[in-house]
Design a protein around this ligand. Structure first.
Ligand SMILES: NC(=O)c1ccc[n+]([C@@H]2O[C@H](COP(=O)([O-])OP(=O)(O)OC[C@H]3O[C@@H](n4cnc5c(N)ncnc54)[C@H](O)[C@@H]3O)[C@@H](O)[C@H]2O)c1
Length: 326
C-alpha cells in the first residue's frame, strides 16, 4: 500500500487529494498547520485507519524529516496562498513558501522519495505570451509590489526541486497549477468563485475588481487531481514542469453574471477599483491561460469539466455543506 505524505493536506486541494487516495485504498498522512486549511476537509480522528492528520508546520525540520522518512511519496501543497494573505504579509509568504519547501525538499532528497511540488501560474507573472508554456521565460513584477512574493517564492521552489533532481537524483516533478476550483474552497482570502457564490446566495452585491474584463481560466479540482495522480504514477514525469489547468477563458464580469444566473440571485454587480480592494502591493494581470500540450502529451491530461458544472457543484456545496471526507 502506498503511503503518501501530503503537506497542506487539510487545505482545499489537499483535502480532495486525500479523499482520492483514500478511495483508492491507499494510506495518507496530512501535515497541516490549519492556518487556511480545516479539519472538515479530512476524516476526523480515528475515522479512517489509513489516515492521520499531523498538525504542524512544514518549517519544522525535525517533524518533516520524520514524516518524509516514513512515506513513499511526498505531495507538497502547503503554502501561503491567496492574494489577500500574500499582500498582507510578503514576509510570511516567503518564509512559508520558500523555507517550508526547502525543508520538505531537503528531507525528500535525503530519503530519496518520489516528490511532487505545487507551483503556480503566478510564475508567468506579467508575461504577455498567451497561452503560457512551461519553457517560456518568466517575468514577474517589482519586489516593491508584495503580490510578487508569492511568484518569487514559488520560482525558488521550482529551481530548488529541479536542481535537487539534476544534481542529487531527487525524483521530483513541479506542477504549475492554474486557478483550481470546486467545493470546499475557502472564500476568505481572495478566491473569486467561492466569494461570488456566497455573495450571490446572500443577496449581496458581487464585487468585481477593476472593470471585470480581465480573464482567468478555471479548472475543476477533480480534473486537476487526475493530472496529479498521473504525474505520480509516471516515471517519465520526473524532472519536469507541467502546467495543469483548463485553457477555457472567461472574463471576471461574465463569471459574475453566470453565478447570478445559476444561483437565481437578484444581486447586483458592484465594481471596486483595484486600489480600494487591495493596497499598494497589488498589480493586475490581464490574462492567464495555460498551454497544456505537454501534460496532454505525457500524461493524457484532458480537463473536461465545464465551468457551468463546476459552478453548480460549488453552489450546491455552499447551499448544503458536503459531508467530510472519509
Ligand atoms: N487553488 C488554486 O487555484 C491554486 C493555484 C495555483 C497554485 N496552487 C497551489 O496549490 C497548493 C494548495 O493550494 P490550496 O488552493 O489547496 O490552498 P489552501 O490554502 O486551501 O491549502 C494550503 C494548505 O497549507 C496549509 N499550510 C499553510 N502554511 C503551512 C505551514 N507553514 N505548515 C503546514 N501547513 C501549512 C494550510 O493550512 C492549508 O491547509 C498551494 O501550494 C498553492 O500555492 C493553488
Amino acid at each position: 500500500m502506498t503511503r503518501t505524505l501530503i503537506t497542506g493536506g487539510a487545505g482545499f486541494i489537499g483535502g480532495h487529494v486525500t479523499r482520492r487516495l483514500l478511495d483508492r485504498g491507499e494510506s495518507v498522512v496530512a501535515l497541516d498547520d490549519l492556518s487556511t486549511g480545516s479539519r472538515e476537509n479530512v476524516p476526523a480522528d480515528g475515522e479512517n485507519p489509513r489516515f492521520r492528520l499531523v498538525v504542524g508546520d512544514v518549517r519544522d525540520r525535525r517533524l518533516v524529516d520524520e514524516l518524509v522518512q516514513d512515506c513513499d511519496v511526498v505531495i507538497h501543497l502547503a503554502a501561503r496562498i491567496g492574494l489577500k494573505l500574500v499582500i498582507e504579509s510578503p514576509l510570511k509568504t516567503m518564509e512559508v513558501n520558500a523555507d517550508g519547501t526547502e525543508s520538505v525538499l531537503a528531507a525528500a532528497s535525503r530519503y530519496g522519495k518520489r516528490t511532487l511540488i505545487a507551483s503556480t501560474s503566478e510564475v508567468y507573472g506579467l508575461a504577455t505570451k498567451i497561452p503560457s508554456s512551461e519553457s517560456d521565460p518568466i517575468s514577474f513584477g517589482s519586489p516593491e509590489k508584495g503580490r510578487w512574493s508569492y511568484a518569487c517564492s514559488k520560482v525558488f521552489d521550482e529551481f530548488y526541486a529541479l536542481a535537487l533532481h539534476r544534481e542529487r537524483g531527487l525524483r521530483a516533478t513541479v506542477v504549475r497549477l492554474f486557478n483550481t476550483v470546486g467545493p470546499k474552497q475557502s472564500a476568505h482570502y481572495g478566491m473569486v468563485i467561492p466569494r461570488f457564490v456566497r455573495q450571490a446566495l446572500a443577496g449581496e452585491p458581487l464585487t468585481v475588481y477593476g472593470d471585470g474584463t480581465q480573464t482567468r481560466s478555471f479548472c475543476y479540482v477533480g480534473d486537476v487531481i487526475d493530472g496529479l495522480m498521473e504525474i505520480v504514477a509516471r516515471d517519465e514525469s520526473v524532472g519536469k514542469v507541467y502546467n495543469i489547468g483548463n485553457p477555457s477563458e472567461i472574463a471576471i464580469v461574465d463569471l459574475a453574471k453566470r453565478v447570478i444566473e445559476l444561483t437565481g440571485s437578484d444581486s447586483p454587480i458592484e465594481y471596486v477599483p483595484f486600489d480600494v480592494a487591495f493596497n499598494a502591493g497589488f498589480e493586475e494581470i490581464r490574462r492567464r491561460v495555460p498551454d497544456i500540450s505537454r501534460a496532454r502529451h505525457d500524461l493524457g491530461f484532458n480537463p473536461t469539466t465545464t465551468l457551468d458544472v463546476v459552478l453548480k457543484d460549488v453552489i450546491e456545496s455552499v447551499r448544503a455543506p458536503q459531508p467530510v471526507a472519509r
